[in-house]
Write a protein that binds this ligand. Structure first.
Ligand code: G6P
Length: 616
């Protein structure tokens, strides 16, 4: 779970690499480094700490080369330290490598290399890679142009795990080799120069034309040329994909942090996700070819995802079941993949992933394909691994999400999944015209309702001032409000480091209520009109035991409560039940944000977390 960047051209490489790394820090930020090809050798500047430290290193300033590779690390093997930072050399300093992923069999490979006289200086799994290349290079007696590529391929054939690699060699001073397997890598095509990165936004300022690499595609780059080789090292040609995002969209756009910018973008993200999917009162998904017969043959829909994306799945479970009359199981990808799930051609498997790169979600998808189920990806990144691996892919149009804590991707995911439900139910003919109209009207009104809530930052930031010193915060709700409480709790803990739990309000009496004492903060989400009395009485029970209570209500449920008994009442616009998770999460995203700001934390890059978890 690291970020990699590369540049090959006529300009000095290091400033371009540093700028790219800064954009990739969300993927890891415990150390950073650069290697460039200098006159007759490769030079490395690296250290632990953030990319900004790398800017100031004397070694960085001395790099003059126009071909370079760079890395920002999220440690998996070996503590964050200078020696464990990438790039890594082989023992002879002839090959330098940066790596994203995990080499699972590195101990075995290291032993083999040590037996062959290779010495290691780091604790990383990566260091076996340049040394293996060096080993195969030394064993190859041919001296043709492909000797290095052959050595790289022989090394990659030995690797078990995931990797995207950039490789420099002093024997090949005008080129760079890259390859990937199960870790992301894109190549940006320039004019007399080319770029490599873990994701598109990192280099979007330089080009809009990208090559999206598949597993085991080997690439030799020069400044004027990009040559692709398959896993048998046979050359093939590849088409570029043109990306239409605005480079500015990936920047902070005047906001203090990416997270607040991304929360504020939610009206637009939701509006663009709806896009032109609704036409003449119907929902269109031309990229899907699900027939009524196929959908009727289904006995189960699985939704598999991680983190916030999994919560988006939970938020639509009831909607799909209600309107499509098919049972839905929502599962955490890391659990699903190891529990031998019952999946077959009668199961539709939906995978939600903002990045489209989450390792567990990708592995779960592959498993479902092996069991002959149809697979559908719901992602935000065109060309991502999950979108390419799935039989079908549909996209949220939230734009690049940089802050680790997911906000606009979440609300866009629920929006898109609700549209998908409409399409499925319309195809199945299990939804009435009136029901479908109610949902469509609700969807179209969402952006302006979200805008209204986003104007209410004053009240929320005031509540944050009263919460930021707390050690525990509890969130409770019933039905879809319970899902919102899970997502709200995750937001708070990940960016404020306050311990927080979410509970189904009806479960409190089965244990959790024992934790409630004077001064504990409890946040109740109460937007389900049919359940308002029940949830409110749960909040009241906590209030009488000394809890400080905040409730999130909507314009309808507000009328059913006595506001004077709660410490804070946040009112959001009313919408239909299946869309209320989109509306009611907004003030709670803001609350987590302001609590984190009150604590003076780095909102966008919380400790120990990474935006894209491309390893298990
Ligand atoms: C990480 C991120 C979360 C995200 C989860 C799943 O944990 O910090 O924000 O929800 O991964 O990521 P995905 O890209 O698959 O949605």
């Amino acid at each position: 779970m690291c970020g990699i960047v590369g540049y090959i051209g006529s300009q000095k490489a290091s400033p371009i690499l540093l700028a790219g790394l800064s954009k990739l820090e969300y993927r890891g930020y415990d150390s950073a480094g650069i290697a460039t090809i200098e006159k007759d050798s490769i030079r490395i500047a690296k250290d632990k700490g953030r990319v900004e430290n790398l800017y100031n290193l004397k070694e960085t300033k001395e790099l003059e080369g126009t071909i370079g590779i760079a890395h920002t690390r999220w440690a998996t093997h070996g503590i964050p330290s200078k020696v464990n930072s990438h790039p890594h050399f082989d023992m002879t300093e002839s090959f330098a490598v940066v790596h994203n992923g995990i080499i699972e069999n590195y101990l075995e490979l290291r032993k083999f290399l040590e037996e062959n006289g290779y010495k290691f200086i780091s604790d990383t799994d990566t260091e076996v890679v340049p040394n293996l290349i060096s080993y195969f290079y030394s064993k190859d007696n041919e001296n043709d142009d492909f000797k290095i590529l052959r050595s790289v391929k022989k090394a990659c054939d030995k690797l078990i795990g995931s990797f995207s690699l950039e490789i420099l060699s002093k024997y090949m001073p005008n080129n760079m080799i890259v390859v990937r397997k199960d870790s992301p890598l894109v190549i940006g095509k320039g004019n007399g120069e080319n770029y490599i990165a873990s994701d598109i936004p990192a280099i979007l300022g330089y080009t809009k034309d990208f090559y999206l690499l598949n597993n085991f595609e080997y690439v030799i780059l020069s400044k004027d040329n990009i040559k692709f080789y398959d896993n048998n090292l046979k050359e093939f040609s590849k088409e570029t994909t043109t990306i239409t995002w605005d480079a500015m969209a990936a920047d902070k756009g005047g906001y203090e942090d990416f997270m607040i910018k991304e929360m504020m973008e939610q009206p637009t993200a939701v509006r663009e996700t709806i896009g032109s999917r609704i036409e003449n009162g119907k929902c269109n998904f031309t990229e899907l070819d699900f027939t009524k017969e196929y959908l009727q043959s289904l006995n189960l829909i699985y939704i598999v995802a991680c983190g916030t994306a999994m919560h988006a799945g939970l938020a639509v479970k009831k909607t799909i079941e209600k309107y499509c009359k098919v049972p839905v199981i929502v599962d955490i990808a890391s659990e699903f993949r190891y529990r031998d799930p019952i999946v077959n051609e009668k199961t539709l498997c939906i995978f939600i992933s903002q990045s489209g790169e989450t390792a567990d979600t990708l592995a779960a998808l592959k498993l479902c394909k092996e069991h002959n189920a149809k697979t559908l990806a719901v992602t935000n990144v065109i060309g991502s691994s999950i979108s390419r691996e799935a039989d079908f892919a549909i996209y949220t149009h939230a734009g690049p999400e940089i802050a680790v804590a997911s906000t606009k991707a979440y609300t866009s995911q629920i929006t898109l999944l609700t549209l998908l439900t409409l399409y499925l139910a319309e195809t199945l003919e299990t939804i009435s015209l009136a029901e479908s109209k109610e949902i469509i009207d609700g969807l179209l009104e969402l952006p302006s309702k979200i805008e209204t809530i986003l104007k209410n930052t004053k009240q929320i930031s005031q509540i944050a001032k009263n919460i930021f010193k707390e050690k525990d915060v509890f969130y409770i709700g019933r039905g879809v409000d319970y899902v919102t409480s899970m997502e709200a709790s995750l937001k708070l803990k990940e960016i404020s480091y306050i311990h927080s739990e979410s509970y189904a309000a009806g479960e409190l009496k089965h244990g959790t209520i024992a934790l409630i004492e004077k001064g504990i903060n409890v946040i109740g989400i109460v937007t389900e009109p049919d359940l308002v009395k029940k949830t409110i009485s749960n909040v009241e029970e906590l209030s009488t035991r000394g809890a400080i209570t905040t409730v999130v209500v909507n314009e309808a449920t507000e009328k059913q409560i006595d506001k004077s008994i709660f410490n804070n009442v946040i009112v959001v616009p009313e919408t239909i039940s299946c869309l209320s998770p989109i509306v009611s999460i907004i003030p709670l995203q803001l609350l987590a944000y302001y609590v984190s700001k009150e604590k003076g934390l780095d909102v966008d890059k919380p400790r120990n977390l990474a935006k894209s978890v491309t390893v298990e």
